[in-house]
Write a protein of this length. Sequence first.
Length: 308
Amino acid sequence: MAKATAKRDIAYDKITAQIITALESGIVPWKKPWNIAGGLMPQNVASKKVYNGLNVLLLGCQDHASHVWGTFKQWKEKGGMVRKGEKGTSIIFWTFFPKKINGNVVLDAKGRPEKIPFLKYYTVFNAEQIDDIELSDYMPEKVETPEFSPIEAAEKVVSEMPNRPVIEHGGSNAGYSPSLDRVRMPQKEDFHGNGEYYSILFHELGHSTGHSSRVGRDLSPTSFGSESYSKEELVAEIAACFLCSSVGIEQTFDNSAAYLKGWLKRLKDDNKLIVRAASQARKASAYILNETAKEKEVEAVKEAVKEA
């Protein structure tokens, strides 16, 4: 029994670590107002069955366009080979064993064997991580998506941001990497609405202002639920609110309210936290909007008018 408990704890630890790693890298899998892998649920390559429960979240953390996953053995049976250097994703699976005492199966009140749930984990790989297969066979069918219509005022904000980080589109995750000073976004057409695209982009640009070459904040990796992590998310989210408001977009704050609230519950009471976060968010949005330069331009015009 102790051995089974130890194995179960290992499974729990692996899954928890996987989610924390995703969260610390800026990926919040349950906050995705865009279509993932063509809107299809993750599916097993051998059984064709869709994954469910926590496995949907675990696989949703990964940045792959294919919805098809399989173990090393399953891909090998399909003629494929896991590409060298690729890391797998841990998923969970429950099995049930008959409960025994002194070697005898324990029966319930109805004479049926009592069962003990046992958590196991498997490592799976996405079709995009596999060589020697026809990748197109494992990609979601192209679905018609609404045409993206750029919002001129929002595009202007992005294009005029000073010292703007690199913005790349593709994959199924949004996030900002401080080490690469790079923002990753899904394709614009994958978002549920134009406003939601800019809302997420503004959030990630808000994070980017913490880089030492801009406003500067502590962006070092921190544990999920810590005060600094929660505060940084608040800063980025409030900055996104400011930016959306400046261009007339209704910000999708409801999408993030639930997980922000969950983090804040873990913090010690601090009635100044939101004030400090809002203050830094104002600096972040002011930087993105290049307000200092604009204020200087206005002052220059005023001086020119006075001299005239």
